[in-house]
Design a protein around this ligand. Sequence first.
Ligand code: ADP
Length: 755
Amino acid sequence: MDKHEILKKYFGYSQFRKGQETLIDAVLSGRDVLGVMPTGAGKSLCYQIPALLFPGITLVISPLISLMKDQVQSLNQAGIHAAYINSSLTENQIAKALKLAAKGTYKIIYVAPERLETYGFLEFARHAEISMLTVDEAHCISQWGQDFRPSYLKIVRFMQELDKRPIVSAFTATATENVQEDIICVLGLQEPEFLVTGFDRSNLYFAVETPKKKDDYVLDYIKDHPGDSGIIYCATRKSTDSLYEKMQADGILPAKYHAGLGKEERRENQEDFVYDRRPVMVATNAFGMGIDKSNVRYVIHYNMPQSLENYYQEAGRAGRDGEPSECILLYSPQDIMINQFLIENKEPNPEFTREELAAIQERDAERLRIMNYYCLTSNCLRAYILNYFGERGKETCQNCSNCQKEFVETDMTEEAVEIISCVKELRGRYGINVAAGTLAGARRAKLLEYGMEACKSYGRLSKLGEPKIKRLINQMLVEGYLDSTKDKYALLKLAARTDELTEGIGKFTLKEAEQLPQPERKQDSASGNRRKSDILNSRGLELFDRLRSLRSEIARQEALPPYIIFSDKTLVDMCVRLPFGRQEMLEVNGVGEHKFQKYGEPFLREIREYTGEEKEKLYFGDLEEASRYGRKQGKPSGGKAKTAKADFFLTRNQAGQFPYAQKYLAPELGEKLNELRDPEWVKKTSGAEIIRRSQELGLSEEKAANGMRYRVVTEKGEEAGLFLGTRISKKGTEYEDIYYGEKAQRMVVEWFISP
Ligand code: ADP
């Protein structure tokens, strides 16, 4: 078998992705490699395919126990013999695994770095034929990286213990140039094939939002994306708990994860999320390392993280399957203070000296500053990230919140100079709140108590209002025109660049967004970056839903995460191609032979049953476009993509979630129905539509008397559960309107269920 046959047979794919083939070929020719590719690019295949072609064993060093389990499960599902050896196994299990490994049972063995120096493992390794050593998450070996793991240095000593040096392949998603050099040098890679594919994740939409009420934003977002899987990251355990409770009170049942929970509880919650039993996770950044869930549709940061490295890594957990997904950061200026506090109170790592710790603190402060810039910049967010990782690309991406905003630039140098005068006057004794209050001329008891009324600066910027003054001060802090003490009080002081403004050398501009109304922006982003399932028409979506349910059923029986069975993308491709037999099913993107044997039949049965074995077209556009779309990462081909939305309808599953109540007016009923639909591809219904249909069916009538129009319920309507009730108008007069009781609500929901 060659690499192409393996790709198809075991993984079900017909083409390599960018970079994969280069690395695979290099390894197969006996060379070391270093692959730097973003999350979701397909690094695993780069060592898994050669591993199957080599005579001996491939050892994969990975720091993440949970990831090992996931990878091994996936490989076993694909029919490849693999195992993992780490501390989640008992000594007995490890001994057993090593015995089987020594017999050559496994082609691929995942192992934690700590394990490498244990006697049992070394014994095994010295006698086995090890063709390749793969170092996953290779940046962990570098002291420059944010995830340095001293245990990774054991890899080097381990290699020295072996009689024959295996080929070494190293992979990482996050590596600045320093880190890349470190990996090559510390691991001793010999003239490696070195491949850096772009860091860009074109399927991700980036946004920074500053909602007044973050909680409401999050709750609305989740409700607007029913059924989607997403992660909400909070800065602290406390805010995680509090958001979790608010979600529960609002009828959303998320999973929760932070270091304050017991080990068992964390494991259970993580599984609930991974297995889609609870598709939304609210967590601190303790969650996520090694989570390989491919269908995460959004990652919302409730607070700004501490560095852009952390942000890109956490946000990057969205859309690993290449489908459009959203990364939204909810920013508020207090986030800087929270993070400063967290940085200062970090538990010092005992492995570092005092000088090293001081250097690390300084580096952390610098990273935080860069992160904060990200939130304040009015330039393209993607370009900002890519630049930071050393990649110069386009200046605009049209797929981030800044590229979709219009900005107004205002020269604020004079105001900035006023602020500087105020800071001088306060002589380093107060923070941003007092300074902004003073400049705004606020009459807060505290300010009066401090005697601020007597300051020259008092009320000097009252025309701007306090929030805007705060925004200016923050931006001045970020740009180095002001500074603050590093303690939690963050008292304002002058900075190195202050003079540039006071001496008239520099200019200070504020760029403010003129935001488009929310719905318009949403549609824009959806049309620019549609999901794979958007190409299905309503019949297609119904089938997609059925296949998803079938997958969940099988996942439950086999105790596997659903996406390990088939990805969403593969299910959509089934809906497009409608395979009725084995050969046709093997054409589907993501169906390999082994998976076909395990799961092919039930899916074929479902498809045959749904279609009555009649080929029909369940997608928009032509087949070539539809399947090309499936293979492509990220954006569909520009303007050609279809954006037509289907008329309002519900799938059975969606209908099952309708919140029945004692009574609703028609417009309320319409609203509740709309909340269940997928807003990206289904149009809204309305109260008017429900009234119109009710009248058509003879359930209600419109009458006119004395120049007034009013509606009445017919006998048939009464039977169906409609009734008249009294309402009071804004002016205070009573009038009658038609309510829909629970029975009537059931009837209306039924109207809209797609056949
Ligand atoms: P990484 O380790 O780089 O984050 P993975 O190896 O987990 O990425 O791959 C991400 C996803 O892409 C997986 O679902 C994988 O099966 C899929 N994938 C990898 N290579 C290909 C390919 N050539 N064609 C289609 N899908 C692929």
